[in-house]
Design a protein around this ligand. Structure first.
Ligand code: CTP
Length: 401
């Protein structure tokens, strides 16, 4: 999605500069036209030849470089760039930019940039928490710069704390969020549920299902990349919370009911991708249930249906999408859920389709609305998530929401 974009990567003089090589390489692999600008100090850590080899472009370092054909080229490049990313950014470049100082190639180009600028600070933790640095970062934020929070851990200087350059996938996620997608979900508050629920019987046992949360997490991520304000209410899964979303972890169907219904009035789109337990043990034993010689059965009570509740209390600005997983009569059963739960769309998938179902990275979903039934091809869960959002947005458009 970032193929063909022009990205200027600024590298300043910190030990994390070595990680920028991987960043630049990953951007090039995704088809970007990458130009690297280094400060004089960055050259003490990395030889420009490394970046020149990776990008196929001369590495820019000095505003008065005589080899550089057009000395106004830096301004032209700044203006045609789709994104400017400084990683690692030292306290020095942060201080310069915050105060409008342009005394070398990087600070000059950055101030002339006509695109979004992302700053990834990396430095000693004491420097990072220094109130002057924090004030400078705050000032940059106010001026529209995107600041990536540094990671915590053991720093090169031996200290432990905040100040590490985040891992490259995190930096790439910021790049994607900034330029990979149109922002057609901006202004929308989207609530997504994902994963299974776990219904405890005693301190040792619980009833659950095979859901891994991959589909719901893919939807939450896609919506946030497209500019939505996303809350993800997740059952117990082993996935890391997606960046740029507010992730609320729950265990039981009752917990999920509470967390979702609390947020429902402020939600524009609800997407219930979670596999919520329909039944939960009637009682919970404080102590481990001991076996006896006879068989046993467990009394279960119905849980509250979150989707049906949302459908029954739907407000004019809301769009509601449920999921339906079936082993037979997919369309019939799913269409019934669409009307019985007063949803606007059901994303149906069949466990008997190869490539669909629990734990896979792909899915073949059928999107059912009152007007039409559209079967999508076998897609990655991320692609399927984007198609699902496309459909929900066009549904909202058609109904003037
Ligand atoms: N759902 C819910 N609250 C529940 C149970 C399910 O919100 N207590 C939601 C799921 O998140 C999903 C949809 O309802 O979006 C699934 O509908 P449902 O009728 O519960 O599906 P199944 O459990 O598969 O139905 P059945 O048991 O009738 O096959």
């Amino acid at each position: 999605m970032i193929k063909g974009k022009t990205i200027v990567v600024g590298v300043t003089g910190g030990i994390a500069a070595y990680k920028s090589c991987q960043l630049v390489s990953d951007l090039v692999k995704e088809g970007c036209d990458v130009h690297v600008v280094m400060t004089a100090n960055a050259r003490n850590f990395i030889n420009p030849i490394t970046f020149e080899t990776l990008t196929g472009h001369k590495c820019l370092t000095d505003t008065f470089d005589r080899d550089f054909e057009f000395n106004v080229e830096h301004v032209a490049l700044s203006q045609r760039a789709d994104l400017f990313l400084i990683a690692p950014a030292t306290a020095n470049i942060i201080g310069k930019l915050a105060n409008g100082i342009a005394d070398d190639m990087l600070s000059t180009m950055c101030l002339a940039a006509d695109c979004d600028v992302i700053i990834a600070p990396a430095m000693n933790t004491k420097m990072y928490v220094n109130s002057i640095v924090q004030e400078n970062l705050e000032k940059l934020r106010r001026h529209g710069f995107v600041i990536i929070e540094p990671a915590s851990g053991r720093l090169a200087c031996g200290d432990d704390g905040k100040g590490k350059l985040p891992d490259i996938p995190v930096l790439m996620a910021y790049v994607h969020r900034q330029i990979a997608y149109g922002k057609d979900c901006r202004g929308l508050r989207i609530l997504v549920t994902a994963g299974p629920t776990a219904e405890p019987l005693d301190p040792v046992r619980f009833i659950t299902n095979h859901s891994t949360g991959k589909m719901g997490y893919a939807i939450a991520e896609a919506a946030s990349l497209r500019g939505a304000e996303v809350t993800l209410v997740s059952g117990p899964v082993s996935l890391a919370p997606p960046l740029f979303t507010d992730c609320v972890r729950v265990q039981t169907a009752d917990d999920m009911f509470r967390e979702v219904t609390e947020r429902l009035p402020q939600t524009d789109i609800l997407i219930m991708a979670a596999a919520v337990a329909d039944y939960t043990p009637e009682s919970y034993s404080e102590h481990k249930i001991k076996k006896s010689d006879s068989d046993m059965s467990i009394p279960l009570r119905r849980t509250r249906d979150i989707l049906a509740y949302a459908g029954a209390h739907k407000q004019a600005h809301q769009t509601i999408c449920g999921f339906s997983m079936e082993t037979r009569d997919l369309l019939e059963n799913s269409s019934r859920k669409l009307s019985s739960k007063n949803c606007d769309m059901i994303a149906a998938n069949s466990l008997s389709d190869s490539g669909s179902g629990f734990g896979t990275d792909t899915n073949r979903i059928t999107l059912i609305t009152r007007e039409q039934t559209r079967q999508l091809d076998l897609l990655t869960k991320s692609e399927a998530a984007h198609r699902l959002l496309d459909e929900l947005l066009s549904l909202r458009n058609n109904t003037g929401k």
